[in-house]
Design a protein around this ligand. Structure first.
Ligand code: XMP
Length: 476
């Protein structure tokens, strides 16, 4: 039997080539996530329960990537997470939260805390602007029984915009009048929108943020192929997710093709990503099933033991090369998922044909990952858990397992401590800096040039030793 050789990132290096880039700032990292969605940086946070909740999704979308929310919570909580990401940033809010003037301060306080905003526009059911209730009005309200109309800032003292006010014009109005909220009204004083100073600030602070057409951050949801997956998909789409990832360990399976068909019927408009796979044939069949992006990786992940437990998998560089060759013919973007622990591997993944990379372990342990920070001695830790780890599988199957045997669980992932790493912004900054340097070494101004320009060489174990710092004692 002929047995081909398969390689992973550390088995190769990229030959440098003459470069016309004067500095790495000339490298543009814009890329495709799916057929219709673009990202400003090619980084996706993994849908693992110790990696991507709403905090992570907000942070990575602001930096130019996207987070895929994990699905190991009930549908209702999953929907709340999506809404939290969507609500955190806007351009023009078309339907601002409102309250009637004859409600009490206590009603208003309950309302703002339930919807998660700091202030409300005041109007009767006719939608004519009567005032604003800001957090300062609440602060000095002195008593919950008072009426909204008695503590609000009234219409005559408000600065407003109109139906044609742009975001740029609003910036100037905020700077001139030092206000926090700019209601937009038409000629008859009917409310047509709202712009807030927080949204202006966020737009300036995060110029690479990926937003939808409403100016809200983009976010992905994930589903499996069993149980409540259709209901989950429908609810996530209703809540506003931009993309759904059908994520199962073996994506080249009948269950996957059945799920694609069912999801296309249930949520026809949504961009669908399918995975994980590792072969050219799987790529061809998923492309022909009409998928909008493919996720590649069987067993390369930090916490994966699939290859040890099942004997199956594919070293990740070969998997990405094989899948990308086919996906390119169909115009389907590829996500290289797992096995990336340094920026050089991102350059290699894209050089092998991927359009973006998904990372889990690298972002577990950050400030934004779900879970608590634990202290041991003078060191801080968080937990990183595989989606097929014992704890994860047990939690999901608990109900069915009560009468059966725990031995039914065969984990394909582990649970581990990872050092606490602080905010993801610092990590992403290093990763993108490394990616841009790699683009400069390969004369690539864009991600598609990088995909075309890379020539790999295989290296030996001596080459691998030479690639790391050696013969010195590291200080940091
Ligand atoms: P990294 O290397 O970035 O990989 O931590 C993240 C990816 O690992 C996959 N994943 C698993 N694979 N058993 C596996 O074999 C697991 O329990 C498991 N949990 C996550 C997943 O594709 C993720 O994006």
């Amino acid at each position: 039997m002929y047995i081909p050789l398969a390689l992973t990132y550390d088995d190769v290096l990229i030959s440098p080539r003459r470069s016309s880039l004067l500095s790495r700032s000339e490298a543009n990292t814009k890329t495709r996530l799916t057929k219709k969605i673009t990202l400003n940086i090619p980084i996706i946070t993994a849908n693992m329960d110790t990696v991507t909740g709403s905090d992570m999704a907000i942070a990575i979308a602001r930096l130019g990537g996207i987070g895929i929310l994990h699905r190991f919570i009930n549908v209702e909580e999953n929907v709340k997470e999506v809404k939290r990401v969507k609500r955190v940033q806007n351009m023009i809010i078309k339907n601002p939260y409102k309250i009637e003037p004859y409600k009490t301060v206590s009603d208003a306080k309950k309302y703002v805390s339930s919807v998660g905003v700091t202030g409300l526009l005041v109007t009767n059911s006719d939608n004519k602007l009567q005032g604003i209730l800001s957090h300062r009005d609440f602060l000095f309200s002195n008593g919950n029984d008072k009426l909204v109309k008695d503590i609000m800032t009234p219409r005559e003292r408000l600065i407003t915009g109109n139906s044609y006010t742009t975001f740029e014009e609003a910036k100037k109005i905020f700077a001139k009048y030092k206000i926090e909220k700019l209601p937009l009204v038409d000629e008859q004083d009917y409310i047509v929108g709202l712009i807030t100073s927080d949204d202006i600030k966020n737009n300036i602070e995060y110029p690479l943020a990926n937003r939808d057409e409403k100016g809200q951050l983009i976010v992905g949801g994930s589903v499996g192929v069993h149980e409540d997956y259709i209901e989950r998909a429908q609810e996530l789409v209703k809540a506003g997710v931009d993309v759904l990832v059908i994520d199962i360990a073996h994506g080249h399976s009948d269950s996957m093709f059945h799920a694609i068909q069912k999801l296309r019927e249930a949520v026809p408009e949504i961009e669908l990503v399918a995975g994980n796979i590792a072969t050219a044939l799987a790529a061809k069949e998923l492309c022909e099933a009409g998928i909008d992006a493919i996720k590649v990786g069987v067993g390369p992940g930090t916490i994966c033991i699939t290859r040890l437990v099942t004997g199956c998998g594919m070293p990740q560089l070969t998997a990405v090369l094989e899948v990308s060759k086919i996906a390119k013919q169909y115009g389907v973007p590829v996500i290289a998922d797992g096995g990336i622990s340094k920026s050089g591997s991102i350059v290699k993944a894209i050089g092998a044909g991927a359009d973006s990379v998904m990372m889990g372990g690298m972002f577990a342990g950050t400030k934004e990952s779900p879970g608590v920070v634990m202290t041991k001695g003078d060191k801080k830790f968080k937990v990183c858990r595989g989606s097929a780890s014992f704890t994860e599988s047990y939690t999901r199957k608990k109900i069915n397992l009560e009468k059966k045997n725990l031995k039914e669980i065969v984990p394909e992932g582990i649970e581990s401590f990872v050092p606490y790493k602080g905010p993801i912004e610092d990590i992403v900054c290093q990763l993108i800096g490394g990616l841009k340097s790699g683009m400069s070494y390969t004369n690539s101004h864009t991600i598609s040039e990088l995909q075309n320009n890379v020539e790999f060489v295989r290296i030996t174990s001596s080459g691998s030793i030479e690639s790391k710092s050696h013969d010195v004692e590291e200080i940091t």
